[in-house]
Design a protein around this ligand. Structure first.
Ligand code: TXA
Ligand code: MG
Length: 341
């Protein structure tokens, strides 16, 4: 059965509709809702039965912990044991927004939410529908991205319905997600700030507040790292990534013609600058090469569009790794999978 979809205008929030959605949560249901990063699949974070349904609906492994979403900063203090000074500085600057912090949890947080870890991931989203919705629920919401495990995260209500049809109660449609990649996830260890997942907040901006940061993907904290599964964010097609090439157009075309000759239907995820060179194939534009922000906002949507066209190999052009470009390249490498990077 298709879930009910309610449309809510973020500029003029219909409180009655949101109250109905909050009732679904309070009855241990699952409600997908918009955030500024991607759509989340929410359940009462303080109820283990409700939180368990999230894993079932997403077909998510039971060792992949959930992020707890709160409406107000003050809600953090009952979920975690201690908030170190450097974390206070970060959340002062970046909340509400796409920053997730990992801290030692209190007993209030059920083990299923953290999959048995003694830490919990918390974030306060900035999307006005998300904030209002969480506060009407009167409880924090455990919410991973509202996709089937391993698929590109959803940036529209339609993506959610495409993936989770039949296994959730309600979708709040608040339009397209503004940022388009998930939150930046940060852990703190003996004075060190470790970025477990690059995301909606630039690393350059975080460095201004905490000095040195460590990148889990470079320092081998892989077992602690979100998306520790080597393949993730995957469209139906296989993804081939062309990066650091002196002649990117030439290399993309060579790969595309070779793969086509092997009998594949090829899609090309192109930068705006090069789209005309790839007209012989099914080409989709990620965004301008130097605009990581636009590329991030379009990435998952474009990957899902290739599903519609039924291509079976996507040749994707890399972009520079500054600003949000870093998070985009992280997602593209995971979409490729373990063998090719
Ligand atoms: O932007 C976002 O973060 C979106 C929206 C909906 O808020 N949510 C999201 O959730 O991306 P999810 O579950 O798809 O990704 C959360 C990542 C997981 O890969 C998980 O491994 C990691 O955060 N995580 C959660 N709790 C953790 C913990 N205690 N320690 C280490 N990693 C944790
Ligand atoms: Mg996810």
């Amino acid at each position: 059965m298709k879930p009910k979809v309610v449309q809510i205008d973020p500029q003029n929030i219909d409180l009655e509709e949101l109250k109905h959605a909050a009732e679904v949560i309070n009855n241990r249901g699952l409600v997908a809702f918009p955030t500024e990063t991607v759509y989340g699949l929410g359940a009462d974070a303080l109820d283990s039965k409700a939180a368990t349904s999230i894993f079932e609906a997403k077909k998510r492994p039971l060792d992949d912990p959930l992020i707890v979403h709160i409406a107000e900063k003050d809600d953090l203090y009952r979920l975690v044991q201690e908030v170190p000074h450097e974390v206070e500085k970060l959340i002062e600057r970046f909340w509400p927004g796409p920053l997730t912090v990992i801290l030692k949890k209190t007993d209030l947080v059920p083990d299923i939410v953290t999959t048995g870890l003694d830490t919990v991931a918390v974030r306060m989203p900035s999307n006005p529908i998300a904030r209002k919705f969480i506060s009407l629920c009167g409880t924090p919401l455990a919410a991973p991205s509202a996709n089937l495990f391993g698929r590109p995260s959803p940036t529209t209500a339609k993506h959610v319905v495409d993936d989770l049809n039949g296994s959730i109660d309600l979708v709040i449609d608040g339009g397209s997600s503004e940022i388009g990649v998930e939150s930046t996830v940060i852990e703190f260890d003996e004075g060190k700030t470790i970025v477990l997942r690059p995301g909606g907040i630039n690393l350059e901006d975080i460095k201004l507040f905490v000095g040195d940061i460590e990148l889990a993907e470079e320092t081998g904290h892989i077992e602690r790292s979100p998306g520790k599964y080597p393949q993730h964010y995957s469209p139906k097609a296989e993804v081939v990534l062309v990066e650091n090439s002196s002649d990117q157009v030439e290399e993309v075309l060579t790969a595309a013609y070779r793969l086509e000759q092997e009998g594949n239907k090829i899609g090309i995820l192109s930068t705006r600058e090069h789209e005309d060179s790839f007209r012989a194939f099914c080409v989709k534009v990620l965004g301008p090469q130097k605009d990581g922000k636009i590329c991030a906002s379009r990435l998952f949507h474009m990957l899902r569009e290739f599903d519609v066209d039924e291509v079976n190999v996507i040749v994707a052009e890399g972009i520079p790794e500054d600003g949000l470009g870093y998070a985009v390249m992280n997602r593209l490498r995971k979409a490729v999978g373990p063998d090719l990077y």
